[in-house]
Design a protein around this ligand. Sequence first.
Ligand SMILES: NC(=O)c1ccc[n+]([C@@H]2O[C@H](COP(=O)([O-])OP(=O)(O)OC[C@H]3O[C@@H](n4cnc5c(N)ncnc54)[C@H](O)[C@@H]3O)[C@@H](O)[C@H]2O)c1
Length: 325
Amino acid sequence: MKILITGGAGFVGSHLADKFIGQGHEITVIDDLSTGRYSNVEHLEGNPNFRLIIDTVLNAELMEGLVRDTDRVFHMASAVGVRLIMEQPVKTIETIFHGTDVVLKYCSRYRKRVLIPSTSEVYGKGASIPFREEDDLLTGATDKHRWAYACAKTLDEFLALAHFKETRLAVVVVRLFNTVGPRQTGQYGMVVPRFVHSAIKNEPITVFGDGKQQRCFGHVLDVVEGLSKLLESPQCFGQVINLGNDEEVSILGLAERAIALTGSKSEIRYIPYEEAYGDGFEDMQRRVPGLEKAKKLIGYQPTRSLENIINDVASEYKKESAAAA
Ligand SMILES: NC(=O)c1ccc[n+]([C@@H]2O[C@H](COP(=O)([O-])OP(=O)(O)OC[C@H]3O[C@@H](n4cnc5c(N)ncnc54)[C@H](O)[C@@H]3O)[C@@H](O)[C@H]2O)c1
């Protein structure tokens, strides 16, 4: 089968590419390398089933040809990461909304199955734990820029479901909760690589706020396993589905686990959110995925723990540091 992965040089997209190449599929990746890295897919270059195109999904003419010539589309390209969203809000909104618009338009025209990733951020300040797909969404005021990401993704969801409603486009919307593992960079404010890398270097670990905020982290290999099943399951078309892991940990607890598992001497420091992200930032205390729907539809069951995640991120970082030395 031919599979197009937009944003396939990114964190999740490159793991998807690995999985599909391993299954013998023909993969085309389009990525503008804005947050993705060539090194994430370098090992696939030379494989006759792999093709990398460095360009933007906003190039509609190019995208039309790519979509026409494929069987499945995984639209992983997006502006990602809280820091990027706070620093480049215009680019965030444009990339998310226009990119998805282009992809959905051509998938609809050429009748291709397509997966649109959304995010747990859309639940916003929702307080009913765990978050279920049918819950109301509660975001903040428009002068609080962090909500631009959630609102742009919400609009993507509406557009995807509108295509399903009007023309029965075979589209699945997936709300990813914090997904972590090897290849994710700490550069854009991603907390797990940031903490683990600091711990290995015995540098101070910086916790934003009081560290009591709780999160759930899903191993990217569990998530990719779930993603790969969704487009082969017609019962998922026109559905919004949570994917992640429901094991909860506080951010302070995460820092402590990173220190313990890497045998680090790092100390923990706290800084206020405003100092980390500037004004206009709000955070949520808890964010837990309700996974019943994913379980019912595709038998989804995460198998990797937080300890597996920290160990995998640490061993990748140690390997990379040794190679660079
Ligand atoms: N990782 C998570 O925890 C998480 C959580 C919620 C949602 N998501 C969603 O999953 C998807 C993948 O995220 P990720 O974590 O792999 O992030 P990532 O930044 O590693 O991947 C995004 C990729 O898209 C590429 N890209 C950005 N703009 C592009 C454009 N205009 N044209 C072509 N390529 C472009 C980037 O270079 C990057 O390779 C995104 O839609 C993201 O919103 C991820």
